[in-house]
Structures are given as structure tokens and as C-alpha cells.
Ligand binder design. Structure first.
Ligand SMILES: N[C@@H](CCC(=O)N[C@@H](CS)C(=O)NCC(=O)O)C(=O)O
Length: 352
């Protein structure tokens, strides 16, 4: 059963990945219809089986037989949309540049989301704010009683899941320091150019934007830090929200060789924090350990093992290995000295 001639998705405004995808659909001028709410509740009455696991956003696509199917995970969905809608692409055609864009997208989705979840639920005032606003993000007309119940339910559930992203009393200052360095890197980079890789946005811009919608726009502690450290990032988040009228004919990505030096600030953060976390996670997975500990930025980071992030490492490696040797050498020159080299060094890949 085809649902409509528009792309349909289910999401929520306090979901960074929903914001990533809605901004991308706007920029790409792809008509969409959005249902605010929970896929588990919305899909069954439509006769559609919820995906496993259910994540926000959930997209409804028609399969080869024309049957509606619910699909999650923004990164492959972005690639699928590129096949269906070629105009206003978010993927650079130079494979080496596309690899760097992909690395930024993955860093935003998997590391910057630790900032997001940490600031949302670790400081008490932020948890109270999120507890109040989150249920209304699903349904702004909840009754007061429903609102009270949802607030209680969401807050307890999410605070109890802080360990999943590795947020605890030991890592709190490390997450905070990483967020501030990330913002400082954004500040320096946006002083040079409007998007991460030049004068038009790539998938990485939308992924960073998704997390920043929350860090800048929703959670009070991270918002205050953003205003203090990077006014340019605060302004950028406003600009990224609706690029449907952005004239892409006029603008291009910079070549890999002409990227501003300030890109390095971001890649340094990827190499300093995300690379060791991905590698330790993959090692633990291979050893069938349910959790891992590693020294990251001078403190012991401890969190549960994530099979999904093993795949992230594998995808980064596959992307790198699929480059020509010439393009790999171009990427190597950009990554040299950032710590990101460890992500493509080839160890741990084969069986991951
Ligand atoms: N890799 C996925 C991540 C999506 C995701 O984790 N979404 C969150 C909300 S922002 C979610 O649905 N979490 C499950 C839950 O809260 O139960 C993507 O890029 O779409």
C-alpha cells in the first residue's frame, strides 16, 4: 500500500536525528509529510510493522512491490534519497572529499550525540527542562495529567540510560571539555566558510546541525556554553534550519586540497575522542565483552559495548578501502597527525 506521493516520516522535534533529516529534506527540496509521535503507535493502525529497533526518525518507503515499509537510520536513508532524487546532492562527487564528509557525519551522529544526551539528562536543571518539554514535542495538547505522567516516565527512563553513552561523574568533565573544544573548532572554521567543506552543505553539516539543534536550542546548560564559546555556531544553527531557498547553482565545495586549515580543529577532535572510543568498542566486541574501559583524554572512559558502533568503524574502513590508492593518499595527507589515522589503519577490521 503506497502511503502518499511524499516521503513520509515519523519523528519528534527534540530528536536530533529527526532534525537532521527534516533540514536535509528541506534543503534538498524533497516533498515530505511528517507525523509527530511514536512509530510503535502510528505504524500498526496503518498496517505497517514497526522496525526493530524503533528509532526516531522512522521513514516509510515503498518496497519493490509497492508495499509500505518502515525504515530507520539516517545515514543509509540519506544515500537512498540521493538515488531517488539526484538534484541538490549532499554527497561530494570527489570520493576523497566524500570520505571526509562521511567521517564528519559519523562523528556528529555517534560522538556529538554524547554531548546531547549528557547535557540533556545529567545536570538536574536540564533533566527537568527536558522532562517538561519532551512529552510536548510528541503532542503539544496533552492533558496536564498525561503530561505529568509522561514527564515522570521519560525522565526516569532517560536518566537511567545515561550510562549507555558513557556519561557519569568521571566522564562528565571530559564530555564538557570535548564539547567546548568542538565549539571552539566550529567557531574558527565558520570564520572561514559557511559550511564544513566549503560553500555548500554536505551530509556532515546536517548531522552536526541535528545534534546542535538540541545543544543550542533545547538544553539550557549546553545552550549557555554555546553562546559563551561560539556565537557563529549559534547563528549557523539558525541558518541550517531552512536551506530550501539556498541557491546551490552558485556554490561549490572546496577541493580537498583547498580546505581551510580550520577543518583540522574538527578532525583533531574526531581523532582525540571518537577514534579511541570506536577502537576500544570494537576490541571489546571482538572479545565478546559486554562493556569496555579505555583511557580517553586522560580519564578512564567506561561504557557498554555497542554492536552498532562496531559497524560504524567497519563502514569507515570500507569507505577508505574503496578509495583508489591515489585518493587514499589524499585522505592520508588530511588525516595525518589528527589521530583519525587509527580509524583507517586496518586493524580490527576484517572480522568487525
Ligand atoms: N543511527 C540512527 C540513530 C537514531 C536514534 O538513535 N534516535 C533516537 C532518538 S533521537 C532514538 O530513537 N532512540 C531510541 C529510544 O530513545 O528509545 C540514525 O541516524 O537515525
Amino acid at each position: 500500500m503506497a502511503t502518499s506521493d511524499r516521503i513520509t516520516l515519523i519523528g519528534a522535534t527534540p530528536s536530533p536525528y529527526t532534525q537532521k533529516m527534516v533540514a536535509l529534506l528541506r534543503y534538498r527540496q524533497i516533498p515530505y509529510s511528517i507525523k509527530w509521535g511514536m512509530p510503535e503507535e502510528i505504524l500498526p493502525p496503518m498496517g505497517i510493522t514497526p522496525p526493530k529497533p524503533v528509532l526516531l526518525p522512522t521513514f516509510i518507503f515503498n518496497d519493490k512491490n509497492g508495499d509500505a515499509k518502515a525504515v530507520c537510520d539516517s545515514t543509509p536513508i540519506i544515500r537512498r534519497l540521493e538515488d531517488d532524487f539526484p538534484a541538490r546532492s549532499v554527497l561530494p562527487s570527489d570520493p576523497a572529499l566524500a570520505f571526509i564528509d562521511y567521517l564528519l557525519e559519523d562523528f556528529a551522529d555517534e560522538w556529538c550525540t554524547k554531548y546531547m544526551f549528557h547535557y540533556r539528562w545529567y545536570p538536574e536543571a536540564d533533566a527537568d527542562n527536558a522532562g517538561t518539554l519532551l512529552p510536548l514535542g510528541y503532542n503539544v495538547s496533552l492533558s496536564d495529567e498525561q503530561h505529568r505522567q509522561f514527564k515522570e516516565y521519560f525522565s526516569q527512563r532517560q536518566i537511567g540510560r545515561l550510562y549507555v553513552v558513557g556519561s557519569n561523574d568521571i566522564t562528565a568533565p571530559i564530555i564538557d571539555a570535548s564539547y567546548r573544544r568542538f565549539l571552539a573548532a566550529m567557531e574558527a572554521h565558520l570564520a572561514e566558510q559557511p559550511f564544513m567543506l566549503g560553500n555548500r552543505p554536505g551530509a556532515g553539516d546536517f548531522a552536526l546541525y541535528g545534534q546542535l539543534t538540541q545543544l543550542v536550542g533545547f538544553d539550557p546548560t549546553s545552550r549557555a556554553i554555546a553562546h559563551q564559546v561560539s556565537a557563529r555556531t549559534v547563528a549557523w544553527v539558525d541558518q541550517m534550519a531552512d536551506l530550501s531557498g539556498f541557491d546551490v547553482q552558485e556554490t561549490q565545495w572546496n577541493t580537498l586540497e583547498q580546505q581551510a586549515k580550520s577543518l583540522r580543529g574538527l578532525l583533531n577532535e574526531v581523532g582525540r575522542m571518537y577514534a579511541p572510543a570506536l577502537l576500544a568498542n570494537a576490541q571489546a566486541f571482538q572479545a565478546a565483552e559486554k562493556s569496555w574501559q579505555a583511557e580517553i583524554d586522560g580519564a578512564i572512559w567506561s561504557q557498554q559495548t555497542f554492536p552498532y558502533q562496531v559497524k560504524c568503524l567497519k563502514w569507515i574502513n570500507q569507505g577508505y578501502l574503496s578509495l583508489s590508492s591515489e585518493d587514499r593518499a589524499r585522505v592520508d595527507r588530511v588525516l595525518e597527525g589528527t589521530g583519525c589515522e587509527a580509524l583507517v589503519s586496518g586493524e580490527l577490521l576484517a572480522e568487525a
